[in-house]
Design a protein around this ligand. Sequence first.
Ligand code: ATP
Ligand code: MG
Length: 281
Amino acid sequence: MEEHSETMEFTHTQKQRLVELGADDFISMRFKSKDERNKKFEEIVKKVVADTKRNLEIIRRISKRPYLKIIEDEISKKLRKNGFIEVSTPILIRKEALQKMGIDDEHPLMNQIFWVDGNTCLRPMLAPNLYTLWSRLRNIWKPPISIFEVGPCFRRESKGTHHTQEFTMLNIAELSPEKSAEERLVEIAKLVMDVVGVEYELVWEESEVYGESLDVVVNGIEVASGAFGPHKLDENWNITEPWAGIGFGLERLVLACEGGANITRFSRSLMYLDGWRLDIK
Ligand code: ATP
Ligand code: MG
């Protein structure tokens, strides 16, 4: 029977390998026979390996760094051109910083925290640090206080293909915008997405931390969440001014733009270089 109808799929191991190699477009192919299937598998792998080698050669000779780093640079340049100041804050933060964000023992994010010791953890987000900088810089600089940071964040994740435990967050935060905070939030999202140059949707959602949040969605994938204030958390930093803030996951953004099946390809890795698998010959 199987020999005559196109019901045969790639084996589990073959599918796994195709996903690893980023050849996910082929995994739902059907075949009339084992021979036909195995021949096709070899053919795809050969082609993908050749593509991988060609792309690794381009990285070696031309781009010399991952795409994620290149867009990070371009976004940083664009933000600085638009008056934003780049900052660099600690990766290790204290439990109080989480509490000030409303993340208490009952909050779902609390189960996702990597603790270094009882009171210190790897930051799951940049927001508490940026709030603290706002509260200091606003005493020194005239408004608006426009800052951004790009850096590692950590969350224990059990979810699959769009989550990693360590990822790169780009958080842009403006205190006292010159226009309505809501309008400014949409404008900041556009600043970033114009650099990336892909179509995106803006979706308003309920957020655990902020109440109402604005998601930036590319090809059905959330690449950023933004919010605006005044907001009830603001009092923890004695902030009373309006604000707009948005956090992009850069690996998620690259995944959504490149259309891959798994974020692992674009994450910090010993097995991939800029999305290209290294266990090939
Ligand atoms: P999700 O609903 O997809 O789990 P989230 O809403 O919990 O994400 P936010 O707190 O809104 O995430 O973080 C802002 C952005 O950071 C997300 O839009 C996403 O791009 C990125 N991000 C968050 N968690 C992860 C993760 N575990 N791996 C990769 N990127 C992440
Ligand atoms: Mg979100």
